[in-house]
Design a protein around this ligand. Structure first.
Ligand SMILES: [Zn+2]
Length: 91
């Protein structure tokens, strides 16, 4: 997509440029640690190096809401693991 299809307003063109840069940027892969995660479709991101596929934001790899939900999922998993460890200690 070129910027030719957006008209009438500098703000919206600037916003489009920021989104496009996030869209084409490479992000860090959590699996192999390389900076090679690229957007292959809306909200679908794939690592060029190891081929792992991520679900992310439509135009950026991680969204604010995605980070919040990941954090809460991590804390739920952590509390479940400690609960299992505690019960195994009691037995
Ligand atoms: Zn990878």
């Amino acid at each position: 997509m070129s910027s030719g299809n957006i008209r009438y307003g500098a703000t919206i063109r600037k916003r489009k440029r920021a989104v496009t840069q996030q869209k084409i940027a490479l992000y860090k892969c959590e699996s192999c640690g390389k900076n090679s995660v690229e957007r292959i479709s809306t909200a679908i991101w794939r690592c060029r190096h190891c081929g792992k596929i991520y679900a992310g934001g439509a135009y950026t790899f991680t969204t604010a809401m995605g980070a919040i939900s990941k954090h809460s999922l991590d804390s739920v998993g952590k509390s479940q693991r400690t609960a299992v460890q505690d019960s195994s200690k009691q037995v």
